[in-house]
Ligand binder design. Structure first.
Ligand code: NAD
Ligand code: GLY
Length: 357
């Protein structure tokens, strides 16, 4: 097992990564605090992965709540299900919420933990690749609004993140590929060595090789932990973790959070970001092609839906949380493994690029 730390002073916490970690009763007991525990999961994941947690914590009061499954349920109604359950159970402010699931469960559960009685204990047990490499780390929690993705939320760090690579064994292929989308962003946006490793090991990841998956999760979490420690609230370099996301969020909002997976939208978004960076003269064609090839190799879309015209696309992009005083800011590559967040790009180039797609 590998332990990484997110260094945030008194809010620092460990990320434990290993194969079969959910079978380690002592470890689960040690890292999940509290006598009143609500495991927040969903109807798909609970039958597959909840039992080891329920067994390990059976010496405390432990309850399970299943949320409806899907991005389209990442909303206020679902959040309220958690509050209602906590109140029905009579759980007090010493209770612990454990998010067992993907990014949807983690984001909604984390926001509930941030707000129930003004903040209770929170532990992440991510079960998708996307959640293991990204959403369970760094404390972004929240829900979608029908007018915009992740528009309501809070920064709220967990007390620990427990990553069992073995849980990926039941993950559908499409979800695995979507998770690799977020892994690629670390390589392309921030780390050339990792990018090169990904180019050599993409097939091993797609084949679910445990060693390759473990390495990818460790490297992604190490990069994210470093960035979050330096810029927890995204006033600077944390924005680079958003490579491809401004386009991606626009696609997700346009399609009603129902047909595109988040990682798929990020995949197409990264290709668009590379094309714009090329049009701006920030990267050469070989680098843009490198990005497209990688997204293509892991089976993710490389273009947005055909029914999005540039007017609609730009209106949705403008709602991005990086937009400041009507100034759209985008993450653009400046080379393989390097990126910047900038408002200095030609809007004509952006419009033309979307029109071309
Ligand atoms: P998800 O949570 O919807 O999970 C994907 C699907 O896989 C679901 O149907 C789920 O039930 C199923 N599933 C989960 N684990 C499984 C397993 N082990 N076996 C079988 N099925 C399993 O999607 P996701 O890709 O994990 O997360 C996407 C969400 O994460 C988006 O809402 C996105 O905005 C958010 N996100 C948040 C952050 C952050 O920093 N907080 C970062 C990236 C993404
Ligand atoms: N997923 C981007 C971030 O956590 O900042």
């Amino acid at each position: 097992m590998k332990t990484l730390n997110v260094e945030l002073g008194e809010r620092s916490y460990p990320i434990l990564i290993g194969v079969g970690l959910m079978q380690d009763v002592e470890l689960l007991k040690e890292h999940i605090p509290g006598q009143q525990i609500l495991i927040v999961c969903n109807e798909t994941i609970a039958p597959l992965h909840a039992q080891p947690l329920l067994d390990a914590l059976s010496d405390r009061r432990v309850e399970l709540l299943n949320l409806p499954d899907g991005e389209k349920f990442k909303n206020l109604e679902t959040l309220n299900l958690i509050f209602t359950k906590l109140l029905e159970l009579g759980f007090d402010r010493s209770c612990t919420l454990v998010a067992l699931g993907g990014g949807v469960v983690g984001d909604v559960c984390g926001y509930a933990a941030a707000s129930y009685q003004r903040g209770v204990n929170f532990v992440q047990v991510p079960t998708t690749l996307l959640a293991q490499v990204d959403s369970s780390v760094g404390g972004k929690t929240g829900i979608n609004h029908q007018m915009g993705k992740n528009m309501i939320g809070a920064f709220y760090q967990p007390q620990s993140v427990l990553v069992d690579i073995a849980t990926l064994g039941t993950l559908p292929d499409r979800e695995l590929r979507a998770g690799i989308g977020e892994v690629i962003k670390y390589g392309f946006g921030l780390d050339l060595d990792f990018l090169e490793w990904l180019e050599q090991n993409m097939q091993a990841l797609l084949d679910r090789d445990h060693q390759a998956l473990t390495y990818a999760v460790e490297q992604s979490c190490a990069i994210k932990a470093r960035v979050v420690a330096a810029d927890e609230r995204e006033s600077g370099q944390r924005a680079l973790l958003n490579l491809g996301h401004t386009y991606g969020h626009a696609i997700e909002t346009h399609t009603g959070y129902s047909s595109w997976l988040h990682g798929e939208a990020v995949g197409a978004g990264m290709v668009m970001a590379a094309d714009l960076a090329m049009a701006e003269g920030m990267i050469d064609k070989a680098t843009a092609d490198r990005c497209r090839n990688m997204v293509e190799r892991c089976g993710l879309p490389t273009a947005p839906p055909k029914d999005m015209d540039s007017e609609r696309f730009l209106a949705l992009m403008a709602r991005d949380k990086k937009t400041l005083q009507n100034n759209l800011r985008l993450v653009l590559m400046t080379g393989p493994g390097k990126s910047v967040c900038t408002s200095k790009f030609s809007h004509k180039n952006l419009t033309q690029l979307i029109d071309n797609y």
